[in-house]
Design a protein around this ligand. Sequence first.
Ligand code: ATP
Length: 679
Amino acid sequence: MESLNQLAPYLWRVRGYLIGSSIAALLVAIFWSAGLMLSYPLVKVLLQGQSLQAYLTEETQKAETETAQHQAEAARVQHQLDQLDPNVSSSEKISLLKSLDRAQRQLASSGWRLMFCTWLSKQLSSWLPEQAFPTLVLLLALLAIVTLAKGLTVYLQENLVGIAVESTMVMLRQRMFQHVLRLDHVTLSLLGTPQLMARFTYDLQQLGTGLTLFGGRLIVEPLKILSVLICCFLVNWRLTTLSLIVVPLGALLFGRYGKKIKKASRKQMESMSRIFTQLEETLRSFRTILAFGLERQRRQSFHREQKVAFEKTMKILRMDALSSPTTEILATLGACMALLPGAYMVLRQKSEIFGIQLSEGPLDIAELALLYTLMGGLLDPARKLSAVYPKFKKSSAACDRVFSLLKTHTRLQQDRQWVPLPRHTDKIEFENITYTHPVAEDRNQARPPALDRVSLRIAFGETVAIVGGNGSGKSTLINLLPRLYDPDFGILRIDGIDIRHTQLALLRKQIAVVPQETQLFNRTISENLRYGSWDAPADRVTRLAHDFAVDSFASRFPDGLETSVGERGQRLSGGQRQRIALVRALLRDPAILILDEATSAIDRESETQIYEALAHHKQNRTVLIVTHSLTDTLLKIVDRVVVMDHGQIIAHGEHTQLLKTCPIYRNLFAAQREQAHAA
Ligand SMILES: Nc1ncnc2c1ncn2[C@@H]1O[C@H](COP(=O)(O)OP(=O)(O)OP(=O)(O)O)[C@@H](O)[C@H]1O
């Protein structure tokens, strides 16, 4: 139920369809029990060859006789009470009062029956057939009409539920997508792409199945049960009550069983997520797997995960398979509780067993047959209900997973009262910054900080190269600027404004990042260039495409700039992708341009061309270049080099000065030159 509460706002929006489907479900239940109730007159006609008119007349007479008897009984008890000696014991008086009360209740009930029978006879007598066979035909025709009406309402109900569920799914998917777009980089990385994909696909599908069951079976079947139970009570409430003894036992069993299924389903979905992870990893690293001949290993590990998922699914299936027989046994037990004494009373023409009154008068065969039919009619919805119960529990586990994603908060705090951030014109200040990357699996393990008390000031218009060994913290440092994450300690200011105090959108509008792994969209080269700057003037696009030699490689394709780049830009080389990313970044006219090993896939000659082109486009912005490749052309355009080691800035200054004063820089530079010569 808690899971359903979370869905309430979404279901509220489709309430019209839900109300419509509930009304249709009620009609289905009414037609269902009406169809079953028709068996009574059918049995009467078949077994006793009675016409409906004769049956109604007999029922009216019976009601008349009973009313007269109860009236006489009530009058007799009342008279006894009137004549009662005032000194009589209170227990005797109470016993008489109880008898009077019973007689009056019986009188009221038979009076109602008499009224109803008289009214029905008056209404129907003119057109009801008098012979048994035409009566049978009429009853069968009525049965056909009721069945048709039930079929139509079932169709309507399922359609309305379908619309409500699909609309809810669309809203939920949209909400999840919006939410994911608002999450920060770290949270998304910790959740992982396959996990997210599993929530959007498998979990949502399970939830949809559950909702369809809820709107369909879980409303219709209980209503059917209720309406048939009402009929059972009308036929014989005492025998019906006897049969309900099994209900608490069923509730206990299914309560426990539901909890187990929910737990098992949660585990199964986690296992499915791991399968998604394996699949995503394998497809993403396909080339590495082939190159290293890791197919067998991947196959085995995928198989292992499949086996786990299989076992978990089987566990659910086993529990699932138990539900129907359990219900059937319980329902049969309940029916026997009512039918055994009923059959005994019919055979012996009695209305009580062991002194306990179980019927108004001696039970007749048609009444028992009706009770039997109705209880048989209870079995079908009960079986269906028990079959959907496990699926419903499974979807409630899926619902929890979907909403746990929606409850994930972004780690980036946004002040409600943010300050505006004008275009950067002054300086960027990193002040005493410390940051440690969070990792999901070893949260409790102490990890060294990626940045350790880093302070750096960069003036507007400066071009700064950030260098250092692998893992020294270069990328971590520059990722703080567009707030991919916030520092654990310390402050980062742009033009004196703490970037946490301004709006994220305002901040990111000023920054363009060209990462090492270029992300292109499955569109044309031209669209990828303009991505995020759709209104950039055409001549500017052309000039930048020319300066960064995008047009030269595009012209080699028949469609030129209109060539589709394929999924993640697979139809282009790494270097071509990086050129597109550079143009895309510059088209945004950023005040701060960050290149994070943006030319790593580009050959030396082209890299030189790119830095020469960049020299013309770096005016009026601050440029930060993370690199391992200190070429002469790069050194010509940078004003300063920052050297990082083990999360700290160990030196910064001009290249020639650093060569003299910083041994680590000297070693880095020498190693890099050696590498260049070897290449
Ligand atoms: N997403 C992450 N989760 C956990 N740890 C990370 C993550 N990204 C980086 N680190 C760790 O932070 C430290 C600094 O990494 P960073 O990527 O900033 O180094 P780098 O100087 O850019 O390295 P490289 O030159 O190899 O790209 C490393 O020890 C790395 O293991």
